[in-house]
Design a protein around this ligand. Structure first.
Ligand SMILES: NC(=O)C[C@H](N)C(=O)O
Length: 330
């Protein structure tokens, strides 16, 4: 007999049409399990109704509590696997936060839905049923936190919400999914190699880390505004192989002089950035010499989650650099 925890947090998967016809929060863990109508006599469920909010309303402190709830489910309720239902808008950040902070030997799966259960062809029931299947497969425990969506199994580190409305929105666009659900079975095809773990320090909710975009004509105005506002860390979503407009360079320099870590990623979603190819002002070599840290092949929102964790434990500049560059640039 397997014990699976079902932790509900809200999102479209938990929504139904209200009297006005608009989708609003309605269902908690128990109702979601009823909806999925899972026919498994070998599984008992521990229902944990945590919050019921649209995922754009999730705050970093909610993620800290969610992580503690997962630990409680495993350590006190002795569950063999955990399924978390969540809105899709911020699901990739939550999944990555849990991936970086949990140290458990049980499967942890995050899922959601693109169409609420009042709509025809809602994906809510299927995604729950698939997630329960994955969470009850012990091999899933070796893969880090997983997202199960559209019958695909995707590691939290790689997953992005790629499509605004499609039912197969979650993809690992560079690397592909590592397994899928077929005929009521998990089919595993790959295993991720990168597993980073960080502690959550004190007062993480008070830290300010911003994501700054690049575009033709971008300058240092946003950076200076953020620095004046007491920003603790900056993620720059640069161009292509890791470049910014020359007029951003003075603002970046000011951040570095103030000991505010600046992490660089790219608005091009696939591949890794270059490190020693171009020499122009604002190029990747120029920025690296200034002290900018190369972000991994991660989306800006995930780089931000990682920086919040690192700053919460008062990591030094060298430790932050190591945390981001260890897999690719050392
Ligand atoms: N499909 C969804 O879940 C989107 C919804 N706005 C949410 O993230 O809560």
């Amino acid at each position: 007999m397997k014990r699976i925890a079902m932790i509900s947090t809200g999102g479209t998967i938990a929504m139904q049409a209200d009297a006005s016809g608009l989708a609003n929060s309605a269902l908690g863990a128990r109702k979601l399990l009823e909806l999925a109508n899972i026919d498994r006599t070998d599984i008992t469920f521990v229902e944990m109704e945590y919050i019921n909010i649209p995922s754009p309303h999730i705050q970093i402190e909610d993620l800290v509590t969610l992580k503690e709830l997962v630990e409680k489910a495993v350590n006190e309720e002795k569950v063999d696997g955990v399924v978390i239902t969540h809105g899709t808008d911020t699901l990739q950040e939550t999944a990555y936060f849990l991936d970086l902070t949990l140290h458990l030997n049980v499967p942890v799966v995050v899922t959601g839905a693109q169409r609420n259960s009042s709509l025809t062809m809602s994906d809510a029931a299927l995604n729950i049923a698939d997630s329960v299947l994955v969470a009850s497969d012990q091999r899933a425990a070796e893969m880090g936190v997983l997202v199960v969506f559209g019958s695909e199994i995707i590691p939290a580190r790689d997953v992005i919400k790629e499509h605004k409305t499609a039912l197969t929105t979650f993809k690992a666009i560079d690397f592909g999914h590592i397994g899928h659900v077929n005929n009521g079975h998990c089919v595993w095809t790959r295993k991720p190699l990168i597993h980073d773990h960080y502690q959550i320090g004190s007062e993480i909710e008070k830290l300010k880390v911003a994501i700054v975009p690049t575009y033709i004509g971008q300058d240092s105005t946003m950076l200076r505004y953020l620095l004046n506002d007491g920003i603790d860390g900056i993620i720059i979503e640069g161009f292509g192989a890791g470049h910014v407009p020359q007029n951003m360079v003075p603002g970046i320099q000011e951040a570095i002089e103030k000991n505010v870590p600046v992490i660089l990623t790219s608005r091009s979603r696939k591949g890794s950035m270059l490190t020693d190819t171009y020499g122009f002002i604002g190029s990747e070599t120029y920025l690296r010499k200034m002290g900018v840290i190369q972000g991994e092949d991660l989306t800006p929102d995930k780089l931000r989650i990682k920086l919040l964790l690192l700053l919460s434990t008062h990591a030094t500049h060298a430790e932050i650099k190591q945390a981001y560059e260890q897999h690719f640039y050392l």
